[in-house]
Design a protein around this ligand. Structure first.
Ligand code: FAD
Length: 405
């Protein structure tokens, strides 16, 4: 085995390459990407980079000297349009054909566009790439009013930055509460309140029916007929996994490229990692697709281990973070199916933890601005610790006392 091709230069792709070298792989490694930047970290895009507090270079996971030192070739003009599995080769958009011994798909996902006329207008932006954020920043520089469609992590983080930049901000969320898919009503209510306290007009249950104005959009229309003036519109309504390449090559795809616990697709010479995969999670006993840095990095390491014949199954408890204003939300576990929520601490102090219990077991936790309790919460969830509501709520006893001996 001498040639490894990685399709997609995000954090998963870059980590596969780096980890292969760490494990002693001496053959060719080529990352084929379709963005001009070197492989970069996306989380700052809706945080410090949007705020103008981080340079593009600071986002790079591997700067040029590291790529060079590790003999990792990155091609930003390497959009792959086809896989010839029989010949073990990929076809690039520019007509080139490159052969591989093992192929790794880390194609991630793309931002879901708003399916409304006007969504293509130049001042209506998705937020997934450096290019997206550069365009948003340019527009924000001369804007007064920003309408953000979507009250998920990206929409709320962008709202926090836009307020910091002194703009008038409205967040439109179609569901009855923000962060509805990922947190309990208590955490949603806390963040809605935090944004309102910072002057954001948060509207829940808000159905957007039109983007009005031409050539740029200047009003966002709601189902009740109200028209909200907007200089810039940011759309944060989710992600579509980039699975077309895998599907066209005949690999199993089902809301993600289907891989086993070692990151292997239905073709043993093709592996996959990151946002684009549907993978078995041993902790939950079922398949999931995740959109988080931790998952991208851990799966990437699983894949490189598999390639090197050091198989070790992916076995990670999902976790995630989000920064909004001075608040750091950290979440561990999947809370769906929880029976009870227990608050530890006081929301008014803007520092607390919320535990999700099922059959008396801690299955997930959200912590706000409490990294120390978050570290313990991660261990409690991973160890499937049983705890009573009284124990969890009692702040006079350190959380760590609930850890198994
Ligand atoms: P991606 O980062 O999507 O990379 C895939 C790359 O492959 C892309 O460059 C894509 O263009 C390229 N590609 C696709 N198809 C092809 C092809 N055919 N040929 C060549 N190249 C191709 N996660 C957290 O845990 N915490 C956070 O706070 C957080 N904040 C975020 C904020 C924003 C604004 C965004 C967008 C994401 C955030 N995430 C966060 C999610 C996290 O960034 C992703 O889970 C992670 O980037 C996934 O990495 P990936 O390598 O799987 O995919």
């Amino acid at each position: 085995m001498n040639k490894i091709i990685i399709v997609g230069g995000g954090q998963a792709g870059a980590t596969v390459a780096q980890d292969l070298r760490k494990r002693g792989f001496e053959g060719d490694i080529t990352i084929l990407g379709d963005e001009p930047q070197l492989p970069y970290r996306r989380p700052p895009l809706s945080k410090t980079y949007l705020a103008g507090e981080a340079t593009e270079e600071s986002l790079y996971q591997m700067k040029a000297p590291i790529l060079e030192r590790n003999a990792i070739r990155y091609r930003g003009d390497g959009r792959v349009v086809g896989i010839d599995r029989a010949q073990r080769a990929v076809h690039l958009e520019n007509g080139e054909r490159l052969s591989y011994d093992k192929l790794v798909l880390t194609t991630g996902g793309r931002a879901r566009p708003l399916a409304l006329p006007g969504a293509e207008a130049p001042n209506v932006h998705l937020l997934r790439t450096v290019a997206d954020v550069d365009a948003i920043r340019e527009d924000l520089a001369s804007a007064r009013r920003v309408v953000i469609i979507g009250g998920g992590f990206i929409g709320l983080e962008a709202a926090a930055v836009a307020r910091k930049l002194g703009l008038e901000v409205t967040v439109l969320e179609g569901l009855p509460r923000v962060l509805a898919r990922v947190t309990a009503p208590e955490t949603s209510a806390f963040f809605e309140q935090a944004h309102r306290a910072h002057g954001v007009d948060v509207r829940t249950g808000a159905q957007v029916t039109g983007l009005l104005g031409s050539p740029t959009v200047d009003r966002v229309q709601l189902a009740d007929g109200e028209e909200l003036p907007a200089d810039v519109v940011i759309v944060g309504i989710g992600l579509i996994p980039n699975t077309e390449l895998a599907a066209e090559a005949g690999l199993d795809v089902d809301n993600g490229i289907v891989v086993d616990e070692f990151g292997r697709s239905s073709d043993p010479d093709i592996l996959a990692a990151g946002d684009c995969t549907n993978h078995p999670n041993r902790f939950y006993g079922r398949r999931i697709r995740l959109e988080s840095v931790n998952n991208a990095l851990e799966q990437a390491r699983t894949v490189s281990a598999t390639i090197m014949g050091e198989e070790s199954p992916y076995d990670s408890v999902p976790w995630f973070w989000s920064d909004q204003y001075d608040l750091k939300l950290q979440m561990v576990g999947l809370s769906e199916g929880y029976e009870r929520c227990v608050l530890r601490g006081d929301m008014a102090s803007r520092r607390f933890a919320l535990f999700y219990l099922k059959d008396g077991v801690i299955i997930a936790a959200d912590t706000v601005s409490d990294p120390k309790d978050f570290m313990v919460a991660k261990k409690l969830v991973a160890a499937r610790v049983q705890a009573s509501a009284e124990q969890l709520a009692d702040t006079t006893v350190p959380l760590s006392e609930l850890l198994p001996a």
